[in-house]
Ligand binder design. Sequence first.
Ligand code: HEC
Length: 106
Amino acid sequence: MKNMIIMLMISTVFVFGAHEKRGQKYYLQRCSSCHGTGKMWGNVATKSEWKQFFTKKTEELKSFHDKNPKVVEYINSKAFNKEKSRIWRFLQEFASDSDSIPSCNN
Ligand code: HEC
């Protein structure tokens, strides 16, 4: 019963969640175990670089992870195709050329 409720809550988030929240969720699921929070790590790339990694440069993205077959497997999967645009939009918020990056003085 408890599981049912949790499932319901998750699917509600999926249906009604804001785009960025969904991207964040995918990011947390797929990338944060190794890369930590988006805030810390998003700024290794610029906005356009992030977009490229998830569109034209997926080969490059895979090559960063050739020691982590699970990641490569994910990048090759259908799930990645579905989720990638949300993930890069989420990461773009924290890109090195993004305005919304919190400064060290905050
Ligand atoms: C199993 C651990 C793991 C997961 C999960 C993972 N990565 Fe990585 N990633 C790494 C490691 C380790 C490196 C460093 C490789 C290197 O420096 O050669 C890396 C490097 C990168 C880089 C290069 C950035 C840089 O530091 O120059 C990008 C971009 C990247 N990962 C994106 C992602 C994205 C997007 C996801 C989620 C879809 C993800 N990674 C999930 C382990 C992981």
